[in-house]
Design a binder for this molecule. Sequence first.
Ligand code: HEM
Length: 462
Amino acid sequence: GIAREVKGQQLPPTYKEGLPLVGNLIAFAKGPLNVVQRGYQSCGDIFTFKVFHKHITFLVGPKAHEIFFQGTDDELDQNEVYAFSVPIFGKGVVYDAPLEKRLQQLRIMSAALRPARMYGYVDQMVLEAVQFFRKWGDQGQVDILESLSDLIILTASRCLMGREVREQLFEKVSKLYHDLDQGMQPISVFAPYLPISAHRKRDKAREEMVQLFRTVIQNRRRRNVKEDDMLQTFMDASYRDGSRPSEYEVAGLLIALLFAGQHTSSITGSWTGMLLLRNKDVFERVKKEQDTIIEEHGDELNYDVLSKMNLLHLCIKETLRMYPPLILLMRKVLKPKFYKEYVIPENDIVMVSPAASGRLENVFKNPNAWDPDRFGPNREEDKKAPFSFIGFGGGRHGCMGEQFAYLQIKTIWTVLVRSFDLEPIGDLSQPDYNAMVVGPRPPCLLKYRKKKDSFLDRVSLY
Ligand code: HEM
């Protein structure tokens, strides 16, 4: 193993489970969340958990989270822990790029997600949602997670990849996306290049995807047209030395954004709706909020209207507190970090858990109750330490797509609520903690019946 001593400094307490050697691995594979919670109960807000030769040091709670989120890139590194993304995003892209280049790529991505761009994206979101829900017909039953996954990939392909992909190449891209997605198995985290069929399909899909974007990019350049999408932003971007990202890199950045936003948004959108439909009081207030705001704007649904929907916003945030899709965030320690009387040595993996920290009783009163008002203005929870709610991460690598995600989910539920009478079927699903991105265990069924004055019939798309 790696020597973990730092002279004269105390290491964090260690936490173990079950049999020696394999106990920890089994416990971690079965339920990482339980490990965090039990470790926290027995050791406190910092402890080390050993899996084979790896030392994983957990930081739990707002104070300990500061160490994680305030760390700089030369102290806490993402590249190694997120290496499993490299065969998907591509060589030299994001987590495979040297720090200097990676930071520039992140800057290019964040330019495509800045607030001024949201007006245009919302129009696309509304357009896709209306077309999509019109196909539902007058009444029926759906699995909402399946539906939202389908819808969100349509929106993403329009906002990210642009008109050509959405209108002509969508079938192809969604098949390729499927193979890429299936290429990210839990085993891929440990052995991203293991020669299994899922990985072979993944590699082939990536090559085809790059080829396809290359064609779209070259066509745009040849015809000298500019579109209002992320692809264009990436095509026109430049690195600090004046060079442009290659076609290969542009494709990689698009794929990276697609992966960051797809499951996270469809899962959060599904939980939000499933919880709303089971909490009648809040649901009535959400409907009233929509009536008031939309009437003020002459039945229009756009960025300004959605931005005023505070209660719906808090519903999404509260949902993420309880059911964050990314349950563990990690970094590799490059320079020793200090917390309380402890040192976290070089080469440790540090982890924080949005899922565990959203349920801490000393941070969130009555943590297992879904209560969107807990985050309202002037409420206790909002005044707490900055890193108590970490569903979107935080600090220098906090989620760039946060606003995009809120707007997407708000668009979907606004269109749905104003178009259909909705009823949940069965009990609320439980989270499936075995998945890479944690969502509700299927099925997530609901019944719908179109309203007489449905928004879908009133709205005209142009
Ligand atoms: C980073 C959550 C949607 C783009 C993150 C992180 C979290 C997160 C927890 C931090 C990861 C870390 O610290 O290691 C979510 C959730 C979403 C969502 C819960 C939906 C509800 C999106 C969308 C996009 C996006 C829609 C883009 C369109 C990104 C990017 C980063 C990121 C680019 C990396 C930022 C950086 O490293 O500097 N997200 N995300 N996310 N997210 Fe999201």
